[in-house]
Design a protein around this ligand. Sequence first.
Ligand code: ATP
Length: 209
Amino acid sequence: MEQNKIPQATAKRLPLYYRFLNNLFQQGKKRVSSGELSEAVKVDSATIRRDFSYFGALGKKGYGYNVEYLLGFFRKTLDQDEVTEVALIGVGNLGTAFLHYNFMKNNNTKIVMAFEANAEKAGTDIGGVPIYHIDELEERMQGVSVAILTVPATEAQNITNRLTDYGVSGILNFTPARITVPERVRVHHIDLAVELQSLVYFLKHYPLD
Ligand code: ATP
């Protein structure tokens, strides 16, 4: 597959490029220079040029990149024509916020169901997303292969085991717990408290001015 040739670091920047180019396209812009892109997405222009060369997009001097061509490429590569369904586990403060958040605005992923241990929350819905009891996980998943984890840290591994036994292939882990998964499963970990702490540390020890 074409995608396999793109280095992982480049692949990670794809959604960022996609979002910006989509905005440009909506505004009716036909082309964009690597300088403009660099300014907007905060990636240096040498990196952008190298990234884009993997996409078969060679910018012309004094012309820049063709917005429509790039968008077409990103849409194909990011599977934007296909909606990826996602399940959310743990409808607490963070989980509730995600259910209200419209991920579809910028990309084609959609939370289609949520699971909760609290019987009072099960059977309700938030923003049109049904909340089921966690006991019903396996019977309700219906082929959903991506999950967002917003349960307490103590529950993270147990729920992860159930998800991977079911056959989930990707987990976005928002709990502070480091989870163990089989090799075929990809985990991305976002620990908001650690990110915030790290920002504050960097501000203190590596001030920008
Ligand atoms: P809240 O104020 O609602 O407790 P929170 O995000 O601070 O929000 P957490 O203790 O992190 O709460 O739990 C997140 C959610 O995960 C809660 O709604 C909790 O009921 C739910 N939860 C706990 N254990 C499980 C489990 N095993 N399976 C599914 N959901 C669970």
